[in-house]
Design a protein around this ligand. Structure first.
Ligand code: 13P
Length: 290
C-alpha cells in the first residue's frame, strides 16, 4: 500500500525502532527493496534522487514503476515513495508526479533564511495534497570529486526553527557523511543528537549516510531519536559484488548465461538479502502494521 511517510515514522519514533529509506535506481532495485520489506512485514521508504530519476527518464516514470509494483506484486506493508535530497524545483515536480513524500534539501541555499522560507512553502503545498516533507539543517558531508569532507554538526536552534514549520521529519548532521567513511572518521556525535532531540521533541529525525556506520552506533542513534535511516551506497556495493562474481566465474559465457535476467539475478538477490539484514538491524521487521 502506497502511503506518505508520516504515520510510519511517528510509530517508529514512539516505538524506538528505525525505518530504512533505500535508494532506487531502476526496476531491479525497486523490486528487490519491496520483496525484502514484504518478506519481513516491515514498513519501507523507497527514495529516489534527481540523478537516479533522470537515469530512468523522469520522476513520473519512477512513480509509475513503484506504484505499479506495489499494486501488481500485492505488497501489503506500507510503502512511501520519497524524493531524496531534492532542490525546490525537484520537490515541486515530485509533488505533481505522484510521490507520497518529498525531501526539500535547503542546506545548499545561500543562507538559512532561504532554507526556512522555501521549506515553509513546500510544507504548505505538500500537506495540502497529503504528502509528507523532510527538511535538512546543516550539510551532510561526503566524497565529491575525490575530496572527502567531514560530517557537519547541525545547529540545534536552526533544527528547532525548521521543526516549527511543521515538517514531518528532519535530517540533521551529527557527523554522518554520504558514501564510504574514511578510516579516520570520528563516529556519530550522540551529544549533538541529544541536544537536537531535546529541542525538537517527538519529531522523527533522519540519519543520512547509513552505509558503513557500525551497527552499534546506528542502534544507539535509533534509541536516541533517529527514526529514518538512509541507505544508498551499501546496496550499490552488494549489487556490484554479486554481478562481478557472476561475470568473473564466466557464468555469462555458459549456455544462455548472457540472458539479462540471468546476469541481473545475483545482484537483485543480493539487494534483497542485504535489505533484509538492514531492516532487522533497524528493528522494523514485523512492524508493518504498528
Ligand atoms: P549512503 O550512500 O552513504 O548510504 O547515503 C545515503 C543517503 O544518505 C541518501 O540520502
Amino acid at each position: 500500500m502506497l502511503v506518505n511517510a508520516t504515520a510510519m515514522l511517528q510509530s517508529a519514533e514512539k516505538g524506538h525502532y528505525g525505518i530504512g529509506a533505500f535508494n532506487t535506481n531502476n526496476l531491479e532495485w525497486a523490486t528487490a527493496i519491496l520483496d525484502a520489506a514484504e518478506e519481513l512485514q516491515s514498513p519501507v521508504i523507497i527514495q529516489c534522487t534527481s540523478g537516479a530519476a533522470k537515469w530512468q527518464t523522469s520522476f513520473r516514470v519512477v512513480a509509475d514503476i513503484v506504484k505499479d509494483l506495489v499494486e501488481d506484486k500485492g505488497i501489503t506493508v506500507p510503502v512511501a515513495l520519497h524524493l531524496d535530497h531534492g532542490s525546490y524545483d525537484a520537490a515541486l515536480e515530485c509533488i505533481k508526479a505522484g510521490f507520497t513524500s518529498v525531501m526539500y534539501d535547503g542546506s545548499h541555499e545561500p543562507d538559512f533564511e532561504t532554507n526556512l522560507k522555501r521549506t515553509a512553502e513546500i510544507v504548505k503545498l505538500a500537506h495540502s495534497k497529503g504528502i509528507s516533507v523532510e527538511a535538512e539543517v546543516g550539510g551532510i558531508g561526503g566524497t565529491e570529486d575525490g575530496v572527502t569532507s567531514a560530517g557537519e554538526l547541525a545547529d540545534p536552534e536552526q533544527c528547532k526553527a525548521i521543526a516549527d514549520l511543521g515538517v514531518d521529519f528532519l535530517a540533521c548532521g551529527i557527523g554522518n557523511i554520504h558514501g564510504i567513511y574514511p578510516a579516520d572518521w570520528q563516529g556519530l556525535s550522540f551529544q549533538r543528537l541529544q541536544e537536537i532531540k531535546a529541542l525538537t521533541g517527538d519529531l522523527p529525525l533522519v540519519l543520512h549516510g547509513g552505509t558503513g556506520i557500525p551497527v552499534d552506533q546506528i542502534q544507539k542513534a535509533i534509541s536516541l531519536g533517529i527514526s529514518k535511516i538512509n541507505v544508498n551506497t551499501d546496496l550499490q556495493l552488494v549489487f556490484a559484488a554479486a554481478t562481478r562474481k557472476y561475470i568473473e566465474e564466466g557464468k555469462d559465457q555458459q549456455g544462455k548465461g548472457y540472458d539479462p535476467r540471468k546476469v541481473l539475478k545475483p545482484g537483485r538477490e543480493a539487494i534483497v538479502a542485504r535489505t533484509e539484514e538492514l531492516i532487522k538491524e533497524f528493528g522494523s521487521d514485523g512492524k508493518g502494521w504498528n
